[in-house]
Design a protein around this ligand. Sequence first.
Ligand SMILES: [Mg+2]
Length: 292
Amino acid sequence: MSDPIQILKDFKPAKEFFVGIDSDGCIFDSMEIKHKECFTPMFIKHFHLQAVSKYARECWDFVNLYSKTRGANRFPALVRAVKLLGERPQVNARSVKMPDMTALKEWIARESKLSNATLNAEVKNGNTGLAQVKVWSDAVNAAVADIVHGVPPFPLVRESLQKLSARADAMCISQTPAEALKREWTEHGIDQFVKVIAGQEMGTKTEHIKFAAASKYAPEKILMIGDAPGDFNAAKKNGALFFPIVPGHEEDSWKRLHDEALDRFFASNYVGAYEIGLVKEFDASLPENPHW
Ligand SMILES: [Mg+2]
């Protein structure tokens, strides 16, 4: 199997600007339905957390929706959710045992592409410590394919993609499996606006920007649009600019991008006070630690 990252390395600029765009929670209002109807029920079912389902749900949602790790790759997110859950006194009081995350932590430490394909290969090659993680991850994918339909892009997404793709090479930059991304972008006819749809198979978001854009465009001509601190970090590790879709204020954010920020970006009038102001507001929207 050829390395999927090669597509990014081989990518050639056709325009002066590059715009990377996250998908879940940024393009689509899909975070709540994916986590609450798909990830959380499968977390409770496949890690046998029925006796503490209320707390398991709170932990999963906090990690994936309502804190600074929002939008993280599912595998590190699983480690964090299990850790937070295991620390809760209600869980200890019920003597519920947390799943052993040793094999998963070890895999995360050495694997740069945390995807279903690399997980499947590990389990096939005899890594039994990851077997239950695979069962859970496959069940999540099946639930997403079964349940997540008819979730349209936020208002002004289509108009913004149209506007930005006229002057920039645009790319979807996500940690969702590519198969789901392609299905969702095609369902709503917005795949035509991006040159590549990069999912978890092509590495981290930082790597996506690094291989597709970092050495090919001037840093102030690369913009990442996202709804999570991970998107911000992916931009900044590559010296690129960031535009936040602020969780809870997504429609206002898209309006601001469409009416104001894109014009500033293309006019080289984005970096500095303007970007700092946006990032400050974004940073205040998600807490680091849980309230419990
Ligand atoms: Mg996102």
